[in-house]
Design a protein around this ligand. Structure first.
Ligand code: FCB
Length: 486
């Protein structure tokens, strides 16, 4: 194990102005989970090592024009070889839980069938290191790196992919079920289905709205099948999934804007929460999309599987949406160009507008109140389910200063504001049980390549040297105190 980071994190609060012993005014409950998140393709690198098969993100990023600057998942931040150092950084920061994802193509290079033992061994080593460091592992089974072999057979729009996912879940359960209690099946199925198969900005880069809806259903079916598999033979296992729900607000109270918001909300949020929490697709969604699909991909019994009760729900939140039915009367400067609108299937006529708020480095508007709305709404939709923020954070153009430090006050303010909102949600009765910052490390930000740094730990992409940013030191301080100053 390399110790190169140790000097940078030995005393994460050395330069903070707060008294390390002070009782925080905004205190989180005892047992609140303080975590950090990453994802396999974004950090691991070593994409051809030890029998790993190709994923759709390998293919996509190798296709000219798909990822900024032609960046690929190699070497990413070399976590496959530097995982022990990264665990040590988390231990030094006092982080209690690590949310990472398992690369399906490391385990089943062909998507199903032959198991690659070396792939399992890597996660074995990671798990053992985490447990030794007193950090609770929170693996996610699918954070978008579908084995290319399955995409070649049709990908998520094909029903069989859901069954291959359950097969993969069984392999992980058998190998890691003794050490993992908290399992997450999917990360952000909305992105996987709609950015991947409708908008085409994510792998596999298809632009077929009907296929995207079939993909969404098969992701949910895969979640349902895998949930049953993961629960088998382990009564204390807790299974959930992670959704990136957001609030979709009408630009004005005009009925047409309210109707536009309802439609966008259906295809952005309720397409998942309907099947998961009510066991059915929303009637208005079925009507809205009737010209695109008849939902014939929903078979008898699917929705019972999909709606099996969750033990926990992860929420990823970065920014809200505002929509208008028309460009008329909208300040032209507020009309969003580009964006994700192709992903909003059936909403081609809906205009996405900005609120004119400050933005993070990636261009996403900052509005923590959106997180409050999302949490309160979800708590009402799935009462009694433990809730976690599984991702929240901000990209900024960080630089290593002459003092060899990364001063990132904007990231601190972003996380601080959102943590205060989580606390507000708790006070309102939402069963918030934890918060995971996105991300532990700077990493490969999908179509943005390495241009966006989300880490609380800086990575020098030339040398792979890690430096804990000021935000990481600040977060370590919050974790140690269990809260924030008033
Ligand atoms: C989420 C993804 C995560 C990362 C953040 C910024 O949508 O789950 O991998 O890209 O956004």
């Amino acid at each position: 194990m390399t110790q190169s980071h140790v000097s940078t994190v030995a005393d994460p609060t050395a330069d903070t102005e707060t008294d390390p012993g002070a009782d925080p005014a905004v205190r989180f409950p005892e047992g609140f989970v303080w975590g950090a998140s990453t994802a396999s393709f974004q950090i691991e690198g070593s994409t051809t090592a030890d029998g790993r098969g190709p994923s759709i993100w390998d293919t996509f990023s190798a296709t000219p024009g798909k990822v900024l600057n032609g960046d690929t998942g190699d070497p990413a931040v070399d976590h496959y070889r530097r995982y022990a150092e990264d665990v040590e950084i988390m231990r030094d920061m006092g982080i209690g839980a690590y949310r990472f994802s398992v690369a399906w193509p490391r385990i089943l290079p062909e998507g199903g069938g032959a198991v690659n033992r070396a792939g399992l061994d890597f996660y074995d080593r990671l798990l053992d290191n985490l447990l030794e460091a007193g950090i609770t592992p929170w693996p996610t089974l699918y954070h978008w790196d579908l084995p290319q072999a399955l995409e070649d057979k049709g990908g998520w729009p094909e029903r069989d992919t859901a069954f291959r996912f359950a097969e993969y879940a069984e392999v992980l359960r058998d190998r890691f079920g003794d050490r993992v209690r908290d399992w997450t099946t999917l990360n952000e199925p909305w992105c996987a289905a709609f950015l991947g198969y409708a908008d085409g900005v994510h792998a596999p880069g298809r632009r077929d709205p009907a296929a995207a809806l079939a993909a969404a259903h098969h992701l949910l079916l895969g979640h349902g099948l895998a949930t049953a598999v993961l629960r088998e033979g382990g009564s204390d296992r807790r299974v959930g999934l992670t959704l990136n729900q957001t609030t979709v607000r009408p630009y004005t109270t005009a009925p047409a804007d309210v109707a536009a918001a309802r439609r966008a909300d259906a295809v952005r949020n309720r397409v998942f929460t309907g099947p998961l929490f009510q066991g059915r697709y929303p009637a208005d969604l079925l009507d809205d999309l009737a010209a695109i699909t008849d939902f014939g991909f929903v078979h008898d019994g699917d929705l019972e599987l999909v709606s099996a009760p969750l033990d926990h729900l992860g929420v990823n939140y970065y920014t809200p949406e505002w929509v208008s039915a028309t460009t008329e009367g909208v300040d032209p400067a507020r009309i969003e160009s580009g964006g994700d609108t192709g992903a909003f299937v059936g909403c081609d006529d809906v205009v996405f507008v900005s609120q004119g708020l400050p933005r993070t480095g990636i261009g996403w508007e900052i509005d923590a109140t959106g997180l409050y709305e999302v949490l309160v709404r979800l708590a009402a939709e799935c009462p009694g389910v433990d809730m976690y923020v599984h991702e929240n954070g901000a990209a900024y153009e960080d630089e290593v200063g002459p003092d060899d430090r990364v001063h990132d006050p904007d990231r601190v303010s972003y996380i601080d504001a959102h943590l205060r909102i989580v606390h507000e949600a708790l006070k309102a009765g939402v069963p918030m049980r934890g918060y995971f910052v996105w991300s532990l490390l700077d990493n490969f930000e999908w179509a943005w390549g390495y241009s966006q740094r989300f880490g609380v730990v800086h990575v020098d992409y030339e040398t792979q040297r890690r430096r804990v940013k000021d935000s990481g030191r600040w977060y370590a301080d919050v974790v140690r105190k269990g809260g924030l100053p008033g």
